[in-house]
Design a protein around this ligand. Structure first.
Ligand code: 5GP
Ligand code: ZN
Length: 116
């Protein structure tokens, strides 16, 4: 999907309002519109990267940053100690519905494994 048509690019730019829970120069974190757990956040890299398949070596630090931001948020929101899940869905069978890479942070309940 072209960047101009991208839902998450529109959220990141503010064209579509979604109050950020956290933001910095690399990522924006919002609450998922359809939460699947008591805590469900989306960590959105500002750069329009379509999926994990499009990650390049120059993104290595960004991916590390995503995980550190998610872990810090879990601590701040008080569900780090009980555990949480960071999820990236990729492609059709992976369940990806928005073509801008994003990482789900889910917590606040016991999560099943394996996923459906
Ligand atoms: P995916 O299925 O691609 O891994 O995750 C996309 C996520 O984006 C879904 O969990 C969905 O609920 C969420 N989502 C879709 N549209 C919006 C929106 O307009 N605002 C927010 N905050 N989340 C959205
Ligand atoms: Zn995008």
């Amino acid at each position: 999907m072209a960047k101009e048509e991208c839902l998450f690019c529109k959220i990141i730019s503010g064209e579509i309002p979604a109050p950020p829970v956290y933001e910095d120069e690399q990522v924006v974190v919002i609450r998922d519109i359809s939460p699947q757990a008591p805590h469900h956040f989306l960590v959105l890299p500002r750069e329009h990267i379509v999926s994990a398949l499009n990650l390049e070596e120059r993104h290595d630090a960004l991916v590390g940053h995503v995980f550190r931001v998610a872990a810090r948020l879990a601590r701040e929101q008080g569900f780090a100690d009980s555990g949480f899940r960071i999820v990236n869905n990729c492609g059709r069978d992976g369940g990806q519905t928005v073509g801008h890479i994003h990482f789900h942070l889910l917590g606040g309940r016991s999560l099943e494994w394996p996923p459906g």
